[in-house]
Ligand binder design. Structure first.
Ligand SMILES: Nc1nc2c(ncn2[C@@H]2O[C@H](COP(=O)(O)OP(=O)(O)OP(=O)(O)O)[C@@H](O)[C@H]2O)c(=O)[nH]1
Ligand SMILES: [Zn+2]
Length: 199
């Protein structure tokens, strides 16, 4: 498996299964799948869905291991406002927002871009926000073996906005802390830094 493989919608190989199931769904909602605008829709929808779930084909551990560098820096490294798009596993509707991630190196730093890449690997699956938070947290903790790691995700869920309870402005926050971030002082410093507009 190539851990850096990034699929684009046009090179996704779709299975007849996924395409023909979308055709059934379109017919099931009462539409005519043979009309001009819809003829290619089962194929487009299948490609879009496989693109949005490409995380199942990617290995986040390999991504991190490919860019770990020996370094004695041992203060907090924070990457905030990492945008993310995922699909809730209950309705298969999008949830989207931002991840804020910090770690305290323990002899190794990691290439900065690899952290948002790991966010994408886990976000591009069928998820709940809590598990997404823990998947990222545990992967960084187990692979980097840092002195501490923190993950905060703030997200809006389309299944609560365009259907169901129909609340447009609610934001869900989830968080996880390991190692030194379990100490209140370190955790508070991180929370202060991610809420600061200047940092
Ligand atoms: N904890 C959690 N719940 C989620 C997430 N995404 C969606 N949900 C919830 O999953 C629940 C599924 O509940 P059900 O009662 O089985 O489904 P439903 O009848 O469609 O529920 P409503 O959305 O309340 O209409 C809903 O309460 C959703 O708000 C998530 O990331 N985390
Ligand atoms: Zn949902």
């Amino acid at each position: 498996m190539d851990p850096y493989k990034k699929f684009e919608e046009y090179d996704i190989e779709i299975t007849d299964d996924v395409r023909s199931n979308y055709k059934t769904i379109i017919e099931g909602v009462g539409e005519d799948v043979t009309r001009e605008g819809l003829v290619k829709t089962p194929e487009r929808a299948a490609k879009a869905m496989l693109y949005l779930t490409q995380g199942y084909q990617q290995d986040p551990v390999e991504i991190l291991k490919g860019a770990m560098f020996k370094e004695s820096y041992d203060d907090m490294v924070i990457i905030k406002d990492i945008e993310l798009y995922s699909l809730c596993e209950h309705h298969m509707l999008p949830f989207f927002g931002k991840a804020h991630i910090a770690y305290i190196p323990n002899g190794h730093i990691v290439g900065l871009s690899k952290i948002p890449r790991v966010v994408d690997v886990f976000a591009r699956r069928l998820q709940v926000q809590e598990r997404l938070t823990h998947d990222i947290l545990e992967c960084l903790n187990d692979t980097l073996k840092p002195k501490g790691v923190a993950v905060v995700i703030e997200a809006s869920h389309m299944c609560m906005m365009m259907r169901g309870v129909q609340k447009q402005n609610s934001v869900t926050t989830t968080s996880g802390f390991r190692g030194q971030f379990e100490k209140q002082e370190t955790r508070n410093e991180f929370l202060k830094l991610i809420s600061s507009k200047l940092s």
